[in-house]
Design a binder for this molecule. Sequence first.
Ligand SMILES: C[S@@+](CC[C@H](N)C(=O)[O-])C[C@H]1O[C@@H](n2cnc3c(N)ncnc32)[C@H](O)[C@@H]1O
Length: 286
Amino acid sequence: MSEFDHAPHTYLLTRTDTEAQRLDRLYGAWQANIKYLLHPAITVHDHACIADIGTGTASVIWLRDLSREVPSSCQPHGFDISAAMFPDRQILPPNVTLFEQDMLQPFPEQFLGHYDVVHVRLMIVALSSDHWAMGVQNLMTLLRPGGWLQWEDCAGHEATVHEPSSHEHRSKNARLYLDLFRKTAIDCGKKPKIAELMKIFQRSGLVTCQEHIHPLLEPEAREDLNFAVLEGVQNTLIAAFDSGHRKWIEAKADIAGARRAAETDLQQYHCWFTYNVHVVIGMSPP
Ligand SMILES: C[S@@+](CC[C@H](N)C(=O)[O-])C[C@H]1O[C@@H](n2cnc3c(N)ncnc32)[C@H](O)[C@@H]1O
């Protein structure tokens, strides 16, 4: 698989096997910190219908893990705008089905009002700033009365480098790498609305909304998180450069150079990337 989607307002990452592996490691790092698949306020009955949006590949793992936790009579469905990272049918549990679907476009009739739970994860480089509210409203059409929407995302733009006190203020290149990501993503219209997501839920008419913030601190997940950030920032910068957003990057080779310098800092000063994951839940009025 090898594909770039250059449209600036749709997706700013690659859809390659390497990206699939990165998403899987990132999934592990998030789960090591969040420790639940569905927020404990969300209870699932024996025949619950569950949709995972922007399922990619890692959330197919989310779907796979979830399908082990819920009764086998539940029906997990995954939706993604592209099938490029869908795994082989035979590695999916038999009750899991995957569909190609843009979350910003009306869903086919058969899915409307069908789901007890709709789950979304990690759309910060997929959605433009003005798409978050539209996305919530469109996903609400999938919920049954009393059904839950759960969205986990991060303010990748607020990622920081954690340095041990013995190496304070030394990891200059790692911080510059994050700055480059922040500026480039914003230049491409990807300023995440995560801080406003709960308000968007409430304004859209969801009730019993809650927000839980999980800082990514687990030592066992640091290596995976460092890898996922190094690789994810690089892929985003390459996709931005290829689609003509070159304000902050003069030559493509500079991207690999910036990554190498950041990686050297992480190793030399024993530091690690970290950011907060927000989990927002809300219920369709019963
Ligand atoms: C960063 S990946 C996250 C994948 C997965 N949710 C995870 O947590 O690893 C974003 C995914 O959203 C998909 N995507 C992007 N825009 C989308 C849209 N408008 N509707 C549905 N899926 C979309 C991409 O194809 C990609 O698989």
